[in-house]
Write a protein that binds this ligand. Structure first.
Ligand code: HXC
Length: 516
């Protein structure tokens, strides 16, 4: 029996669509170690679950009359699929079609799946590989980007939006990800810059190395724009699947529960000896976290940027939590501008998506000095206060050692609305560290002493003895309980269970005015 020619034609078109900008350009893409959109979606989604929308759309505009060829799909593959059986909407740009650049038509396709994701309350995943606005499309491509940015902003906090950077993402292709919840980059393959090297070369004549301009190291360690780095495209796509397991599909759902392999009542005796007796000796807060959470569940975000602060998703008794902490072995865990920004954005993401917050505190306070003051530590530090105060998810804090002054207050203190406040016996809750306090309170006495250094040390020791412990603060009601470090896991898990039905609506308002 001869096949219906109309069906044969459809099959040909389908094949053509999968070829994007053609076999030669696909070969070039492969030679760079990069995949096609379809290959990427196969790795991202549960096998056989991807369904494409609008594969036959072609670009509608060509203001400059330059684009010879029209390509099916116009440089982006859009549709829906599943991750661990949960629906997600996706778009994947095709670098083989005009460098994956955004035309008005491409924008229409992306906005369509964004709208569908919102209406269905499911995550939106973008796979970006794009030279930004398509020059041939003129101003229409600019409008196209604005349509995407507006949706990124309006859907923020309603559905999770994740951007996976899989190539040189320039201009608008960098701004849209910056508006999403999480950015994943691939080492040596992803770049984010507002102005690409070609444009810089045209304007200044300068040849710029894309790696140094906006490579993965730049954005994971220096600018703080990206959250996770992967060694390959496959690893980046797997990371996206992994991170989504900690998040709900939308802001009215709870994150998915995974039955824990780790005993929720497990005590961890090693924690009892983890904080050194000498307050000036650092220890690893990362190690503390690993001892407390469900084994192997900690997924740190932005691990290479503002390393004095730690943020990440984990599980406690199978429930997703957001962990915030200081790392006392990096700059003594001081709070500076970058640490403040890092903590603020994470606290707000957790609050959007009903992920309870567990904060481990060991910080000597805000970083003093001209540089930080001039760059706005007041403004940036205020964000942390704002974010914790505003967050209505269950909040639990554990003070492991230093909680001095501003650091005590901003780091999820009881008076910012933290529901359950624990301290370890090593906690030092005070307005200032002992040396600083003694210097200010007893300056005259120290100056007048025969041996000022010895006198300062004696007064500091006295202050430390009286105030650098949790009992003074506990007597004033600042902490709910002082616990042995080894009890932390069962205590925090029990508190989370007691807060599971927390209802704490925010006062009605349009939105607050967070200091940015
Ligand atoms: C149209 C573009 C393009 C663009 C690249 N191409 N950028 N076509 N508009 N913006 C095309 C190339 O002509 C080429 O077509 C193909 O994509 C691959 O590009 P190459 O340069 O050969 O690849 P590569 O060497 O890997 O370099 C990629 C690149 C570079 C780093 C992205 O092309 C570049 O710097 N482009 C300019 C990026 C930029 O500055 N964009 C900002 C746009 S402004 P062929 O036919 O050979 O395959 C913007 C406004 C929004 O986005 C701002 C919002 C705030």
């Amino acid at each position: 029996m001869t096949e219906d020619p109309r069906i044969l034609h459809l099959r040909e078109l389908r094949q053509q669509a999968r070829l994007g900008g053609g076999a030669d350009r696909i070969a070039k893409q492969h030679a760079k170690g990069k995949l096609t959109p379809y290959e990427r979606l196969d790795l991202l989604l549960d096998p056989g679950t991807f369904h494409e929308l609008e594969p036959y759309v072609v670009g509608q505009n060509d203001e400059l009359g330059l684009s010879g060829e029209k390509y099916l799909g116009d440089g982006v593959v859009t549709g829906y699929g599943q991750m661990d059986g949960r629906t997600v909407y996706v778009y994947a740009q095709d670098f083989t079609v005009y460098g994956g650049t955004l035309s008005e038509t491409q924008s229409d396709k992306i906005c369509r799946v964004m709208d569908l994701a919102l209406r269905n309350g499911v995550p939106m995943i973008g796979l970006l590989d794009s030279g930004g606005a398509r020059i041939q499309d003129g101003v229409r491509s600019m409008g196209g980007y604005a349509e995407i940015f507006r949706r990124n902003a309006q859907y923020s906090g309603v559905i999770p939006q994740i951007s996976i950077m899989l190539g040189p993402c320039a201009g608008g292709a960098a701004y849209s990800p910056a508006l999403t919840d999480l950015i994943i980059m691939v080492d040596k393959h992803s770049y984010m810059f507002l102005t690409g090297p070609e444009v810089i070369r045209a304007v200044t004549g300068e040849a710029i190395d894309p790696e140094g301009l906006g490579g993965t190291t730049v954005h994971t360690a220096i600018s703080g724009t990206a959250h996770l780095a992967a060694g390959s495209e496959a690893e980046a796509l797997a990371l996206c699947r992994h991170v989504l397991r900690y998040l709900p599909s939308n802001n009215v759902e709870n994150p998915p529960f995974q039955p824990p392999a780790d005993d929720p009542l497990r005590m961890d005796p090693e924690l009892n000896s983890i904080v050194p007796l000498d307050a000036a000796t650092p220890y690893s807060m990362h190690a503390v976290i690993e001892h407390i959470v469900d084994r192997g569940s900690f997924l740190e975000l932005q691990p290479s940027w503002a390393r004095n602060a730690i943020v990440g998703l984990a599980r406690l008794g199978g429930h997703s939590v957001g962990l915030v902490a200081q790392e006392p072995s990096v700059m003594a865990g001081v709070l500076d501008i970058d640490a403040s920004d890092k903590i603020t954005r994470f606290v707000r993401m957790c609050d959007c998506f009903n992920v309870p917050l567990v904060t481990l505190v060991d910080s000597p306070g805000f970083l003093p000095g001209v540089d930080q003051e001039h760059r706005g530590i007041i403004r940036h530090g205020a964000k942390v206060l704002y974010a914790y105060s505003e967050a209505t998810v269950p909040k639990i804090s554990v003070i492991t050692r230093k909680a001095y002054g501003g650091a005590y207050i901003v780091m999820s203190s009881k008076y910012l609305g933290t529901d359950v406040n624990f301290a370890w016996p090593s906690a030092e809750i005070a307005v200032l560290g002992a040396e600083g306090a003694a210097n200010i309170l007893f300056r005259k006495q120290i100056d007048a002493a025969a041996d000022p250094t010895a006198e300062r040390a004696r007064l500091a020791a006295d202050y430390r003895q009286r105030f650098n412990n949790p009992y003074h603060a506990a007597a004033a009601g600042f902490v709910d309980d002082i616990i042995e470090p080894q009890e932390t896991r069962p205590k925090v898990i029990a508190s989370l269970a007691a807060l599971r039905d927390k209802y704490s609506p925010a006062p009605p308002r349009k939105h607050g005015n967070i200091p940015v």
